[in-house]
Design a protein around this ligand. Structure first.
Ligand code: SAH
Length: 387
């Protein structure tokens, strides 16, 4: 941290709405984030640590996406101004990976010189919709996903050749076809145009394959801080059955594997489950399995089958978990439940459900993964308190 953090000036501050850079110091932001978390979970947990902030809160996003549009005759890439469909062209965002930003600019220029159509949201016609760039922070592998509205991609081979010539650091390029009139960036179909179709990254010494549609934390350095807290909170001894619910590509469960007896990962997204299974093989982890299922349904089934678990980790999306999940989790009688949350509001609601089942929040850690934004990540350790 330190005072250097305010020296960077963003030309889009107050315009693009994606972050609040320049409005307050980073130190102040961290204090406010803690207050916000405390306001939602303070009544459930006495011991809430200060936020673990980033050393340098810039250029951290390993995943960068932009929408294509036109300003007069020029192709631009950027973001929608908050609450509108007006595109703010962005070149050089201060929280996004620098190489990813440069690649997006090049793709924008190539679209212009190859005279490719830009997709028009109103008419549903045109070709190029979005771009998504992902980078493995440790491996430096880079994935470019070009989201198109049609399968046809005129001059595709020349386009790819021109892009990889200007950016030899790109390791894979994927065409994602999104034919729907939707605000979702990615469609269901992927075509590999170059390279292997995925990138890899390393977290806590383990290697992970990441496909275009799989969730992967956007701040790799802080993700490792977060996962270490989860491992610490679990205090495993080597024999425990651990459930990693909402596991994505299996990162948390795999980082706990060395100290666990057996790990079960549950994840809804099938592409992510494929990645997770492949990742277990890649790291020679034998005591882990993954199920492609809705976490609530699978937990309920486990509960009905009379199964037990020692430690349950859950890391649901912003909408949080469900009351049925909490009921099923409690009936597996784990000694400890660790909740990783990206939304203090749903976290507070869910902690109340856990409390009613006898699981009390003992300790909470907050990790800032998203400087200058209104997002913050928390880890809550709950234990069963017998009445
Ligand atoms: N623990 C992982 C992923 C967390 S993001 C990590 O740290 O990277 C939340 C994940 O929950 C996503 O991968 C999403 O696909 C998955 N998900 C969303 N709804 C789900 C549900 N109902 N059941 C199981 N998984 C779900």
């Amino acid at each position: 941290m330190g005072s250097a953090v305010l020296t960077e000036q963003c030309p889009y501050a107050g315009k693009c709405g994606a972050c609040h850079i320049g409005e307050k110091s980073y130190e102040q932001e961290l204090k406010e984030k803690k207050k916000w978390v405390v306001s939602h979970i303070g009544k459930y947990c006495n011991k809430i640590h200060d936020v673990a902030g980033m050393y340098y809160p810039y250029y951290y996003r390993n995943k960068v996406q932009a929408v294509f549009g036109r300003k007069k005759d020029t192709v631009v890439a950027g973001t929608y101004a908050e609450g509108t469909h007006t595109i703010i062209p962005v070149n050089g965002c201060l929280i996004e990976d620098v190489q990813a930003s440069a690649i997006i600019q090049t793709v924008t220029q190539l679209i212009q010189s190859f005279k490719l159509w830009i997709y028009n949201e109103d008419t549903g016609r045109g070709l190029m919709r979005h771009i998504l760039v992902r980078k493995g922070a440790a491996t430096k592998q880079i994935m470019v996903v070009l989201v198109t509205a049609t399968v046809e991609f005129p001059h595709k081979n020349h386009f790819i050749a021109a892009l990889t010539e200007r950016h030899p650091e790109i390791t894979t390029i994927i065409q994602n076809i999104n034919i729907k009139q939707t605000s979702m960036v990615l469609g269901e179909r992927n075509k590999i145009l170059y390279g292997q179709g995925y990138i890899e990254d390393v977290l806590l010494g383990l290697c992970f394959r990441i496909s275009p549609g799989s969730f992967y934390q956007v701040n790799s350095a802080q993700t490792q801080v977060l996962y270490k807290k989860v491992i610490q909170a679990a205090a495993l001894t080597g024999s425990e059955t651990v459930i990693d619910a909402y596991c994505g590509i299996g990162t948390i469960g795999m980082c706990m594997h060395a100290k666990a007896g057996h790990v079960i990962g549950i994840e809804l997204n099938e592409q992510a489950v494929k990645d997770a299974r492949e990742n277990a093989k890649r790291n020679h982890l034998k005591k882990i399995q993954f199920v492609a299922a809705d976490a609530t349904e699978y937990m309920t089934q486990m509960s009905q089958n009379g199964m037990r678990a020692d430690v349950i980790v859950l890391d649901p999306p912003r909408s949080g978990s469900t009351e049925e999940f909490v009921r099923a989790a409690a009936s597996l009688k784990p000694r400890c439940i660790i909740y990783v949350s990206c939304n203090p509001e749903t976290l507070g609601r869910d902690l109340e459900w856990f409390r009613r089942k006898g699981y009390l929040a003992e300790e909470a850690w907050i990790v800032d993964m998203f400087s200058f934004t209104e997002h913050v990540e928390s880890v809550i350790m709950m234990q069963l308190v017998e009445k």
